[in-house]
Design a protein around this ligand. Structure first.
Ligand SMILES: [Zn+2]
Length: 200
């Protein structure tokens, strides 16, 4: 497509188009809003981006991304340090936090075991997780991994490694989503929901 703006604005559009949920059309629209609202939007956004770019770091304890290390979650004294929720990615940690699902700490694995893609235990933070699980204060490890083959393979692998650690290893329930209709569920989900039924 022929450029309709100067190279600086075209570059801005190209970069915006790399963001999730933004295609070339919506990136162009977003860029136009930014340049039109320079004082309210473009200048503060520029400052916020520079600020985050300067300060962002990975938490050495849990693998969360934040502007402090230890991260905000790890350094919160109200957190239940006896509980570690294991997730594949920072996005999962943020989703659980949005849902207010746990008062515990987290551990980001950085992916799942995937022999086909050449991802082995050494590519994930599994050793660090085992070390944390052996801490006397930790009583439960919650495996909040995706309900995919790789996610479940990883869950089994970690459970085996934690056999002799003095912790309870649990995983998320599989079943009927909140607001879900049985007729629309796939057979695997429906069967898992019946197997994992709970007392009413
Ligand atoms: Zn942390």
């Amino acid at each position: 497509m022929a450029a309709t703006a100067g190279p600086e604005i075209e570059r801005l559009i190209q970069l915006l188009a790399k963001l999730p949920g933004l295609g070339p059309r919506s990136a162009r629209r977003a860029a136009l809003v930014l340049v039109k609202k320079r004082a309210e939007l473009l200048d503060p956004l520029t400052a916020a981006l520079a600020d985050v770019a300067r300060k962002v770091k990975v938490c050495a304890t849990c693998g969360n991304i934040d502007t402090t290390d230890p991260c905000t979650v790890c350094s919160d004294p109200r957190r239940d340090a006896s509980l570690i929720v294991v997730v594949e990615d920072v996005a999962d940690l943020w989703a659980l936090e949005r849902a207010n699902a746990s008062s515990g700490l987290y551990h980001v694995l950085g992916g799942t075991l995937s022999p086909l893609d050449g991802v082995g235990p050494q590519d994930l933070t599994i050793d660090a997780l085992v070390a944390r699980a052996r801490n006397d204060n930790v009583t439960e490890i919650i495996l909040a991994l995706n309900a995919t083959v790789d996610g479940q393979t990883t869950a089994h692998y970690i459970t085996d490694l934690l056999q002799d650690a003095n912790v309870k290893v649990t995983r998320l329930a599989h079943g009927v989503p909140v607001g879900g209709e049985l007729d629309y569920l796939d057979e695997g989900t429906l069967a898992a929901a019946v197997r994992q039924r709970t007392l009413f």
